[in-house]
Design a binder for this molecule. Structure first.
Ligand code: 9MR
Length: 553
């Protein structure tokens, strides 16, 4: 049965759509046949009273692991690369180089993010780079523009925004585009090009937003339906507007999706950036939410300097190098602990930490991932990390060993073997974090077996990163059916029932609503993947109802 607020939201959007159809029919924008053809600006329309905007795409090019974050070159011989020169903010921007025609640029797939009948707002910062003139020293300028294209047989182009950009500073490019309500769904891309100059282009902080219906207020709060803390992974963009409303309605614990990782906290040795972490912790304190700290010792999102000496020589298992790495591990934890005490004192919301993340590799003889931590310190790096965390964060913080696919039998064996060793060695590990990145078709019995195995060892357990993908990573989703979403809801219910039967410390999902899932860009573009409890419009899915049913049954 459809819920009243959903119907109201749908009615509101339908009214918007009808108004837009009328406006668009009066003055239709001209689709152009090729990317190099002249664009017609989207006709100006009387703005419809805006419902609140939600960001559906946000890219700052700051994460080195994400490289160009899904942006691809447009044109023969063109390259689109993440660059650390002159970013607008943060540490990176996109550099588009090798352009030989004005329409050469960069593009990103926005299929699933844009919809007919809705006004989308696009904003980005642009700047010119090298080339495009005889005098490389001269201050150059040129017109840079963004276009939205429906690709395939019935291709159409919608000019979104243009601006005069220069080589000596950043310029903001903003605009709106409304796709006619009768546009059929299809594949969509957003691209950057210029009207004149052949200079390199730089791009930073791209954002696409669209209106979202109000957060449903008639459905039960997840966190309010149980004593078990219910968490979600967040980034700064989730902490305002409708996403924040949704968050505060259903969750009472947060994990920073990226803001507390070593690459963010200590990008350069001794230079700490607590800003992104504080943004999340301040929000948690202001709203009385707990925080699960993620993460301290990991092979990913950890800067290379950890594992090289000051001259850039890779550290080895030599005792002096080992001591250097142990010192760095401690200094990193110590600085975070001191910062938390100074800034929050008794109100510090971080109750637990993923001390070691993803240490398992059942393909290795000892079942452990042979990461750089392992190469230098050997398998004892895990015990060292827990000892150090206990000493630094104190006895009241829950220290967690966090890993993925712990439901797979080979990884369960590797986990049990590691835990037995840690317990025998007296390592101060309190709990196991099961990430639970699952998919429709995952076996609840295997999950149950793993939770039993860990319980038998006497350790507490938490569900740290739950999401339930609709497809396997190598599958392509052309459309999402109601049956798939129902199957997802059924599995979520069975999983949460299984978790609850094992008395978890908390159950946390890896993202607030489908737009925000990491799975849309891993291991490649998967624009329709929808593994979370709330959809792109922040509305409850069958997965939410399954979760709630398990909490209340
Ligand atoms: O969702 C996170 C993504 O934005 C980051 O680029 C990536 C690398 O830091 O990490 C993702 O989160 C991972 C988490 O930190 C550990 N478990 C697996 C999660 C999904 O990859």
């Amino acid at each position: 049965m459809r819920r009243p607020a959903l119907i109201l939201g749908t009615v509101a959007l339908t009214v918007v759509a009808v108004v837009l159809v009328v406006l668009v029919l009066r003055d239709p924008p001209a689709p152009t046949p090729t990317a190099s053809a002249t664009m017609q600006p989207t006709p100006s329309v009387t703005p419809v009273v805006p419902t609140e905007l939600s960001t559906v795409l946000t890219t700052d090019f700051d994460d080195p692991e994400q490289d160009a974050a899904g942006w691809e070159p447009l044109g023969e011989g063109v390259e689109a690369l993440r660059s650390e020169e002159v970013p607008h903010t943060g540490t990176g921007s996109l550099l588009v180089t090798g352009r030989s025609a004005p329409w050469n640029g960069a593009q990103v797939d926005v299929t699933g993010l844009v919809s007919p009948g809705i006004q989308h707002t696009v904003a980005a910062w642009v700047r010119l780079g090298q080339g495009g003139g005889d005098d490389p020293g001269a201050v150059r300028s040129g017109t840079v523009r963004m276009t939205l294209q429906r690709t395939g047989d019935a291709e159409q182009f919608w000019h979104v925004a243009d601006a005069r950009a220069t080589a000596d500073g950043w310029t903001e490019l903003t605009g709106t585009v409304t796709l006619p309500a009768d546009t059929t769904d299809g594949q969509w891309r957003l691209y950057l090009e210029s009207a004149d100059t052949l200079a390199d282009l730089r791009l930073d902080e791209v954002r696409v937003s669209r209106p979202t219906p109000p957060v449903q207020t008639e459905i039960a709060s997840l966190a309010g339906s149980t004593d078990v803390p219910i968490g979600t992974a967040v980034a700064e963009q989730d902490l305002s507007g409708r996403p924040a409303e949704l968050l505060l309605r259903h969750f009472d614990q947060l994990t920073a999706e990226n803001a507390m990782k070593p690459s963010v906290v200590q990008p350069t040795e001794g230079q700490f950036d607590f800003g992104p972490m504080d943004t999340i912790l301040d929000f948690a304190v202001a709203h009385g939410l707990a925080v699960h700290g993620h993460t301290l010792v990991w092979h990913r999102s950890t800067p290379d300097w950890f594992f090289t000496d000051p001259d850039g020589r890779p550290l080895t298992a030599d005792p002096a190098d080992q001591q250097l790495l142990r010192d760095r591990m401690r200094a990193h934890m110590q600085a975070i602990a001191e910062h938390l005490t100074e800034r929050y004192g008794a109100a510090n919301p971080v109750n637990s930490w993923d001390v070691v993340n993803e240490a398992l590799d059942p393909g290795e003889g000892d079942g452990l991932r042979h990461s750089r931590w392992y190469d230098v310190l050997g398998p004892t790096y895990i015990g060292t990390a827990f000892d150090t965390a206990r000493a630094v964060f104190g006895p009241d913080v829950t220290l967690v060993l966090n890993d993925y696919d712990t439901d797979a039998p080979d990884r369960r064996r590797a986990l049990s073997s590691l835990l037995s060793t840690l317990i025998a060695d007296g390592v101060p590990i309190d709990a196991v974090g099961h990430q639970m990145h699952l998919r429709v078709g995952s076996s609840v019995a295997q999950v149950d077996a793993t939770l039993d195995a860990v319980a038998d060892l006497g350790l507490r357990q938490a569900i740290t990163e739950l999401d339930v993908a609709l497809t396997a990573p190598d599958q392509q989703l052309d459309t999402v059916t109601a049956d798939q979403l129902t199957a997802q809801g059924t599995l979520v219910r069975q999983l949460v029932e299984t978790f609850l039967a094992h008395d978890p410390e908390f159950i946390s999902v890896w993202g607030l609503y489908d737009t925000r899932t990491w799975l849309r860009s891993w291991p490649r573009d998967r624009p329709l993947e929808a593994p979370l409890l709330f959809d792109d419009d922040l509305q409850a899915k069958p997965a939410y109802h399954g979760f709630l049913a398990a909490l209340t049954s």
